[in-house]
Design a protein around this ligand. Structure first.
Ligand code: ATP
Length: 293
């Protein structure tokens, strides 16, 4: 086997609750995460060293890149003496709160595991993943899940019917740095605390009206992102059942119950913002898309 192509999806937070501050300075979170049909596509070839390629000039092509970190950790953990030529096709907006960097790391872990025949289990990949970033285990698993701790405790939930609930995601001009958003949360405190246990129950019962009414994000009130309320207002004016910022921002999404309304909201948002798409929920995570022998 000489090459693998891996796809890794973006996530949205249907709920994000900051529940505490751990002694090491990490925030303890309780979240409902949802994978959506927007994918990073990562091509990995065997090589002597770790080399990164990406057409997006904002993405760092060095050891700070999550894909690089994942490859270095994989080789250190397995003891395999190898390298990888990694090409990232970036489709998830950067600094959006959609786990784009985490998706790249997840893709590299899954790809190298197959390319080098390491046979690590999904839970072993998750243990490696959480050392790179809190969202990496969820990027690996995907679907719908309640995610706790610093991202390592994943409880899978049923995915709402993708065709019944179209999603519109829009991204303002400026992204948000996740550490800065948390620092601001620590300064300001307070904010909303969505009930993730109640949302998990509503998802199990397939009660989407209840899911929408329980949506909330502790980080939204920090105001770290620009245009959050403007985008929410456009989404609601086109009939979104709920609209909210995802993760630490800056992307905002709305849940619709009709394709036409979703399309109209997207058309409107695309006139004002650099990224606006209609997408849908998916019930999977990072996957091998193709293998070349
Ligand atoms: P998350 O929801 O995981 O916090 P995010 O949308 O907030 O994701 P990313 O897009 O993952 O943020 O990346 C944030 C920063 O990390 C970027 O500004 C960039 O400098 C750096 N970075 C490191 N690796 C990557 C990568 N593979 N893709 C994009 N950015 C990366």
């Amino acid at each position: 086997m000489t090459q693998v192509i891996v796809t890794a999806p973006a996530k949205l937070n249907l709920a994000l609750d900051v529940v505490g501050l751990l002694p090491n300075g990490y925030h303890e979170l309780d979240m409902i995460m949802q994978a959506v049909a927007l994918y990073e596509r990562v091509t990995i070839k065997r090589a002597d060293q770790i080399q990164l390629f990406c057409q997006n000039p904002i993405v760092p092509l060095n050891e700070k890149n999550t894909a690089y970190k994942a490859a270095a950790l994989f080789f250190a953990h397995t003891g395999i003496k190898g390298g990888a030529h990694i090409t990232i096709e970036k489709n998830i907006p950067i600094q959006a709160g959609m786990a784009g960097g985490s998706a790249d790391a997840a893709a590299v872990l899954v790809g190298l595991n197959v390319l080098y025949g390491a046979a690590l289990s999904l839970s072993q990949l998750c243990e490696l993943g959480v050392q790179i970033g809190a969202d990496v285990p969820f990027s690996l698993v995907g679907g719908t899940a309640r995610v706790r701790g610093i991202g390592e405790k994943i409880e899978p939930l049923p995915t709402p019917n993708p065709s019944a609930w179209p999603i519109v995601v829009a991204m303002p001009g400026r992204g948000v740095s996740t550490p800065q958003a948390f620092a601001r949360y620590d300064e300001l405190g307070g904010g909303v605390h969505p009930d993730c246990a109640a949302m998990a129950y509503a998802l199990r019962r397939g009660n989407m009206a209840q899911v929408c009414s329980l949506m909330g994000n502790s980080l939204q009130a920090t105001g770290s992102a620009e245009n959050t309320e403007d985008i929410c207002a456009v989404l609601r004016s086109h009939g979104a059942l709920a609209a909210m910022m995802t993760g630490s921002g800056a992307a905002v999404f709305g849940i619709f119950d009709g394709e036409q309304e979703a399309q109209q909201a997207q058309n409107q948002l695309a006139k004002e913002y650099r990224f606006a798409v209609v997408t849908h929920f998916i019930n999977c995570g990072t996957k091998i898309a193709a293998i070349k022998e």
